[in-house]
Write a protein of this length. Structure first.
Lengths: 391, 203
């Protein structure tokens, strides 16, 4: 080993926890030994301050079997209403939710999915990254409709709408859609759209309330995760520009509830709209958040919530620029994804290969516009051809 | 002997009542529990968890409440089992989180204010009241600093300085053993920064 040891390795060596090769190097390297002496001096005061954590407790622990009896007694006496439900019952408490928890939750509860379009566009998006997750935290919630509704309520009540987009407006063609949205709407060459729908601009703010989000984590069985108090009360403002969705074939009415096409749509929609393909275009939303809001830290907690180990979450968090990346947590068993080259850039193709309800979404970002082509079918090549035929 | 017998009976009675009373929809499924039965886990980890909490909070009564809460959470909603599930590690993570939250709470801050002052003097041997007071004040500031810093890093410090090896920390916090050294150093640096800031605030 010729390379010098890094500070972390030198710290481990102080605890005799470095591997043999590292220890051998340290023995013969004066540069590393000098640096280690500096680190030792640096952490000496900390070590002194924390040393009492290793001292004996001073008194014996209460007898385990008596404690077990008390635990069972507590269980009997605790009311059926959980802490989580109590929090929701309180009218004095405003609710809030951290960004990444929302990202995870929107994929799991039908009631929350209506918010997905807003929350998934929280950043100035320049690229899309899919992260496969297990959703262990969510598993504790799924199948519990009441709790699912409460989660939706939590999301809804933490959001203040500053600009309501209202109902979608129908445009006659790409030119009118461009006029209404304020950007040049691109349509595939050689295809005739069945409808142009323009969604007006929207703006909302949500406030993070650590106590409520922590209650959600606790209730979902993830008391082992802890949110930093520093994010409490943070206001995150989101401005979503006007967008357009261009329909091809027979598609559901975007103004009608529960008829959207996405990875969450059921098999019956696929049977009703077998030839429907929708191209959506939206300029990247703009998010303003307090400068000290540590998005990466929140993201790491969110990723751990979805089942990643701390190491995996930390590695992923460090690899992603959270200010420019739209991260889509994708449950492993639900869908597969692949990177594809479309429209001159790298896109992401997400496919659900279910026999009764196959679906796909092709996502990419170009010149500040997010594009998505989705369909309730299996012919994802059609989406790629459409993307490549955009002028 | 009688006492042990009565405790066993009490536990048995509670268990029977639990099985009858708990709604099957909310009762943890057998297959979601650790392969070790709950009571074995309780008896194995109760002592170490309680002692860790006493050191973290400095308050035996609070530590007992938090330890019971930790195991109650295991009882009510055990972590999903799978390959490499580490229920012991989960218990340590939950216990340290609860303790850090408790230290943050206003009620506990008040307790620290009192214990670092008058109470400490009363308990101090006549010959060394100043040292005892100083030490208690240091502990109070250390606990507050731990509660104020990044929870992950605070956990790392608590586990390391309570005597865990890197391997044990890695297993508890779901990390690779080689990442413990760098993360520990980062945690120590943050602790130092927060501690100094708190000291400045209190001047």
């Amino acid at each position: 080993m010729n390379k010098h040891l890094n500070d972390g390795q030198l710290r481990a060596a102080l605890d005799q926890e470095l591997d043999e090769a590292g220890m051998n190097h340290l023995e013969i390297c004066p540069t590393c030994r000098k640096r280690q002496t500096q680190i030792k001096a640096e952490m000496q005061q900390t070590a002194r301050g924390l040393s009492f954590l290793g001292s004996p407790a001073g008194q014996p622990s209460p007898e385990a079997k008596s404690a077990l009896v008390r635990l069972y007694q507590q269980n009997d006496s605790r009311k059926e209403i959980s802490m989580f439900k109590k929090l929701f019952a309180s009218t004095t408490l405003r609710v809030g939710l951290a960004i990444i928890v929302i990202l995870a939750v929107v994929f799991s509860f039908p009631q929350a999915r209506a918010f997905a379009g807003q929350f998934l566009n929280l950043f100035r998006v320049q690229q899309v990254v899919v992260v496969p997750v297990d959703f262990t935290g969510i598993q504790m919630l799924t199948g519990n409709d009441t709790l699912g509704k409460q989660v939706s309520d939590l999301i809804a009540s933490s959001v203040t709408t500053r600009q309501d987009p209202g109902a979608p407006v129908t445009a006659s063609d790409a030119a009118q859609a461009s006029q209404l949205t304020g950007f040049t709407v691109r349509v595939p060459q050689g295809m005739t759209p069945s409808r142009f729908s323009v969604e007006n601009a929207a703006a909302f703010t949500f406030k993070v309330d650590v106590a409520k989000v922590q209650a959600l984590l606790d209730e979902s069985g993830r008391s082992d995760l802890m949110l930093p108090t520093s994010i409490n009360g943070a206001d995150v403002s989101v401005n979503i520009p006007a967008s357009v969705s261009v329909a091809y074939g027979t598609c559901p009415d975007p103004a009608a509830p529960d008829t959207g096409i996405g990875l969450n749509s059921g098999g019956s929609a696929g049977r009703r709209y077998p030839d429907c393909v929708i191209l959506a275009e939206i300029p990247t939303p703009i998010v303003s958040a307090p400068a000290d809001l540590n998005i990466a830290q929140l993201a790491q907690i969110g990723l751990e919530f979805t089942g990643m180990t701390s190491d995996q979450a930390a590695a992923f968090t460090q690899a992603v620029d959270w200010t420019s990346t739209l991260v889509i947590p994708l449950p492993r068993n639900v869908a597969t994804y692949a990177q594809v080259t479309v429209d001159g850039v790298t896109g992401t193709l997400i496919q659900r290969p279910a026999d009764d309800a196959p679906q796909y979404v092709l996502l990419w970002v170009k010149n500040g516009i997010i594009y998505a082509i989705s369909s309730l079918g299996t012919d994802s090549q059609q989406a790629i051809q459409m993307a490549n035929s955009l002028p | 002997m009688d006492e042990i017998f009565s405790q066993e009976s009490a536990i048995q009675a509670m268990k029977t009542r639990k099985a009858e009373a708990v709604d099957p929809r909310t009762r943890p499924a057998e297959d979601s529990l650790s392969s070790q039965p709950f009571e074995d886990l309780f008896l194995e980890h109760w002592g170490p968890i309680y002692r860790l909490l006493v050191r973290m909070t400095g308050d035996p009564a609070e530590a007992e409440d938090l330890a019971l809460e930790t195991f109650f959470r295991l009882y009510r909603q055990p972590p999903k089992t799978g390959e490499g599930t580490n229920t012991g590690g989960w218990l340590y993570r939950v216990a340290t989180n609860l303790a850090l939250r408790s230290i943050r709470s206003a009620k506990h801050r008040q307790y620290y204010e009192m214990s670092a002052g008058k109470g400490a003097l009363e308990d101090a041997p006549e010959s060394r009241p100043a040292q005892i007071l100083e030490s208690r004040e240091d502990h109070r500031m250390t606990r507050l600093a731990l509660a104020k810093m990044n929870p992950h890093r605070a956990q790392m410090l608590v586990l390391r300085y309570s005597g865990m090896t890197y391997k044990e920390i890695a297993r508890t916090l779901d990390l690779s053993p080689t990442s413990v050294g760098p993360l520990l150093l980062r945690a120590e640096r943050e602790f130092e920064k927060v501690y100094l800031a708190l000291t400045e605030e209190e001047k």
